[in-house]
Design a protein around this ligand. Structure first.
Ligand SMILES: [Zn+2]
Length: 100
């Protein structure tokens, strides 16, 4: 996936816990658009445009943030929106349908 960009397809968002290999053992609640259009180029220079929803829309927004030097910690709006992995498991904090 080369030079990915995305745009929202609706104003609909949701807030889910996210994690990141750049920030081990910490999760945070981040608001993301639920429906996006992803545009990128493949290894042969072909332009690819795909509509993504839910988990994959969140994943692309998270990864594209990295290309801008942003990690998810900067997008957590509430101090109570952070949790350790241990506490996520201990208190069953995972949101429904979230596999990040
Ligand atoms: Zn990440």
């Amino acid at each position: 996936m080369i030079n990915p960009t995305w745009k929202k397809l609706s104003k609909e968002t949701d807030i889910q816990y996210e994690g990141c290999m750049s920030v081990p053992q910490i999760r945070g609640r981040v608001e993301r658009y639920k429906n996006i259009e992803l545009t990128y180029y493949d290894e042969n220079g072909n332009k690819i445009v795909r509509e993504l929803n839910g988990f994959f829309a969140r994943l692309v927004q998270h990864e594209c943030d990295h290309l801008e030097g942003i990690v998810f910690l900067e997008k957590v709006k509430e101090h109570s929106g952070f949790a350790t992995v241990d506490n996520m498991n201990k208190y069953n904090l995972r949101e429904k349908n979230n596999k990040l």
